[in-house]
Ligand binder design. Structure first.
Ligand code: UDX
Length: 437
């Protein structure tokens, strides 16, 4: 089986490589020539554990190819996945420019049946627009060629992307023809070994499923952040509350961790886009608006705690920050709480020393030299008045407390991910604040 995947971002590159791993002949397409040249040599543009080895192996075995020309592979492939970006435009709606460009190219150059599957997160109704765009191009050419469109949203998490793709909880596929269903069944069959389900449905429902899933998860997080803030006021412990409610199988244990706000490329963007879709349809998404508002406020919570500790007197303080990426195991800083924190700290007149195991270069690219980039996690603490723990990388979990106490000017730790033990730190005379306790 031969397929093409357009877009070599997280979703495109991971999907393409994982399909190749099952024996499918995959061509990854991207307009960025430099990226494609790099990929041909096994240089991958993102940080994702395990991906590089898998890309190199599949290139060697000739199942994974890279090109800048979608046109050149259309005669060979049965399926084209579209995994191009859908950045939010000024009003928060998903911008479909790239998705429709792919459709146009397909319509202009296809000579035989192709199934066009949208993997990018796109608003309900996009598949219809993709179909119309392809048809328009075929009409211009005066040819009549059969094709199908489908929707196959991707649920992979950065940092665990390969595992998520290879053994997913489920695969959601929206189709409108038996032929498309057969092709998708065949393509996903190798994964059935892992005992998971492909859920077929109509296309609008598949498109909606992705937004509803991400919005539900974001809602759980904002809800728990609200509960955590209230716990602090009434003398409860959010960790206890989490185990208490998570053991109810109707609620479940996952995505109930209070923290300093969710970030990344999906939750913030998808919540905003769903609010917009609802607005366009004359419906107010009241819950999601609150989810967003809570998250925005939560990103300043570590700063507020710090400010309170120093009685509003932060001018000249040296503040260390552990973790810049929006979560561990990635160098991605999109919508990361660290960005907002750094901004607030600098405005308050602090000197900021940062360390992240993977996102230092990304931070330099984004914010330049307004902070000190530490050599390692302990270097970030030199003479610091306080440490903000922002991203729960494994290496931050069991630090050398003796070194910390010697290196910092005052051992004040504000933990945005609740990874330390309050009693242990108290016993060591460390001033410790966390979330929701
Ligand atoms: C998410 C979805 O999980 C995935 O299914 C979808 O395809 C893309 O969006 P991702 O953005 O990679 O994946 O990260 P995820 O691990 O879901 O975390 C998102 C954010 O939520 C992070 O900032 C994380 O720190 C935060 N989070 C997560 C919490 O604050 N509490 C939790 O309990 C879980």
């Amino acid at each position: 089986m031969k397929i093409a995947i357009v877009g070599t971002g997280y979703v495109g590159l991971v999907s393409g490589t994982c399909f190749a791993e099952t024996g499918v002949d995959v061509t990854c397409v991207d307009v960025n020539q430099k990226k494609i040249e790099g990929l041909k040599n096994g240089i991958i543009p993102i940080y994702e554990p395990g991906l590089e080895e898998m890309v190199i192996r599949n290139i060697k075995e000739n199942r994974l190819n890279f090109t800048t020309s979608l046109e050149s592979c259309l005669d060979d492939v049965e399926v084209v996945f579209s995994a191009v970006g859908t950045p939010p435009d000024e009003d928060g709606s998903a911008d479909l420019k790239y998705v429709l460009e792919v459709a146009r190219t397909i319509g202009k150059h296809m000579n035989k049946y192709v199934l066009v599957v949208t993997k990018s997160t796109v608003p309900v109704g996009t598949a219809k627009k993709v179909r119309a765009t392809i048809q328009e191009e075929l009409d211009k050419r005066g040819v009549n060629i059969e094709f199908d469109v489908a929707s196959n949203p991707e649920f992979l998490k950065e940092g665990n992307a390969i595992n998520d793709f290879m053994s997913p909880d489920r695969v959601v596929v929206g189709v409108e023809s038996e032929r498309a269903k057969e092709v998708m069944t065949k393509l996903y069959k190798p994964f059935l070994l892992n005992n998971f389900r492909v859920i077929f449905m109509d296309i609008p429902s598949a498109e909606m499923t992705k937004y509803a899933a991400n919005s539900m998860l974001a809602t759980r997080i904002s809800f728990m952040n609200d509960i955590a803030n209230l716990c602090e006021l009434v003398g409860a412990d959010v960790n206890m509350v989490r185990s208490g409610i998570g053991s109810d199988t109707r609620i479940g244990r996952k995505f109930l961790y209070a923290g300093c706000g969710y970030g990344g490329s999906c939750f913030p963007k998808d919540v905003k886009a769903l609010i917009k879709t609802a607005e366009k349809n004359g419906y107010p998404m009241r819950v999601l608006k609150a989810v967003e508002e809570v998250n925005q406020a939560q990103k300043s919570i570590l700063f507020n705690k710090l400010n309170k500790h120093f009685n509003g007197n932060l001018e000249g303080k040296i503040i260390a920050l552990w973790g810049l990426a929006f979560k561990p195991e990635t160098d991605d800083m999109r919508e990361a709480p660290a960005l907002i924190l750094i901004d607030l700290l600098l405005k308050a007149g602090c000197t900021v020393r940062v360390y992240d195991p993977a996102a230092m270069n990304e931070a330099k690219r984004r914010i330049g030299d307004c902070v000190y980039y530490a050599q390692d996690m302990y270097d970030a603490l030199l003479d610091a008045d306080a440490l903000l723990m922002v991203t729960e990388w494994k290496q931050f979990r069991l630090p050398a407390w003796g070194v910390i106490k010697k290196t910092m000017r005052t051992p004040v730790i504000i933990d945005g991910r609740n990874i330390y033990d309050i009693d242990e730190l108290k016993a060591m005379d460390v001033t410790y604040y966390c979330i929701g306790k």
